[in-house]
Design a binder for this molecule. Structure first.
Ligand code: SF4
Length: 309
């Protein structure tokens, strides 16, 4: 069933006229930066729709990152974790400088990468950063499946071996490295977990399997399918707390094309929808987030996905 066009139209009310659920920011545990929407791959189900040609989100700069880290300090927030996602972060010409600055300031940094070629350009500098800031730096690589066939259906020919090679290199060089997989055609996530472990262990790669930041298998979502709208009453009915949803503790910084500065968005899932833009400064990030997007129901409230634990 396709998404009902009457749903997700009014910020505060659902199509049935009920009060839409909202989420307050309790504490900013993780600040994400979307480093740019360009990617060196064009995956079939990328929810950011990244590709070599997608420039709807500009590359963020060291200055952009500094500004928001200064804000965290000025606001007296205790945020310790930063995440970097794209697009492919290592396409951003300033990515390693950005990391160096953030690590120097004491933040723990998680970088989500496809490990397909771009990482190779930065190996020397990454080794230096890892030597200096090993405990603060993690790279999580997207491996869409534990078989070459399914991974390459999504990501294109030649991508599986390259990604595995780079995962192995990062592992052998002593980086904190992780994997983001997908359950695709598996009957459940446990099966997918087990198959990923088998593949990686056969390559001599051992991961902290219990750390959800470093080993995660995302459930499959059909973004066109009809989903219920989440009302205030849903929290009780589903026995779920708004505090468990990503936007209760995370925000993401993006730079929309044509804007001279960055914008605060509620989470990593919603990058373009300007109705969700919270302003230019983290001071604006305290506004409640009304769950007026199909992803809110599908990924978060009903699906339980999060980019970071
Ligand atoms: S998609 Fe999830 S994290 Fe993002 S605004 Fe909706 S509920 Fe919050």
């Amino acid at each position: 069933l396709l998404l009902d066009p009457q749903k997700f139209r009014d910020t505060y009310l659902t199509a049935k006229g009920e009060k839409r659920a909202y989420v307050d920011l309790n504490e900013l545990k993780t600040l994400w930066f979307l480093t740019g929407s360009r990617c060196n791959l064009q995956c079939e189900h990328c929810y950011i729709e990244s590709s070599p040609k997608n420039d709807r989100l500009d590359y963020i700069t060291v200055e952009d990152v500094k500004r928001h880290l200064d804000e965290i300090q000025e606001l007296g927030w205790e945020t310790k974790h930063l995440g970097f996602t794209g697009g492919e972060p290592f396409l951003n010409p300033q990515m390693v400088d950005i990391l160096e600055h953030a690590l120097w300031r004491g933040f723990h940094c998680l970088v989500l990468s496809n490990a397909y070629r771009m990482i190779n350009r930065h190996k020397d500098r990454l080794l230096l950063l890892n030597e200096k800031y090993h405990n603060q730096l993690c790279l999580r690589i997207s491996l869409d499946h534990y078989t070459e066939e399914y991974h390459e259906k999504e990501r294109g020919p030649g991508t599986f071996k390259k990604a595995l090679e780079n995962i192995k290199w990062l592992h052998d060089m002593g980086f904190q490295v992780g994997i983001a997989g997908r359950s695709l055609n598996d009957k459940d996530q446990e099966t997918a977990h087990a198959r990923y472990q088998e593949l990686l262990q056969a390559e001599g790669i051992s991961l902290p399997w219990d750390n959800p930041d470093l080993f995660v298998v995302f459930p499959e979502m059909d973004t066109n399918k009809d989903v219920p709208e989440i009302t205030e009453a849903c929290w009780g009915i589903l026995n779920k707390s708004p505090d468990d949803v990503m936007c209760a503790s995370q925000r993401m910084i993006v730079k929309h094309k044509g804007q001279d500065t960055t914008t605060v968005m509620p989470c990593t899932l919603i990058a373009y929808d300007k109705a969700f833009a919270q302003g230019k400064s983290l001071r604006d990030a305290k506004q409640p987030v009304y769950l007026n997007h199909p992803f809110c129901a599908q990924f978060c409230v009903l699906g339980g996905a999060s980019c970071s634990s």
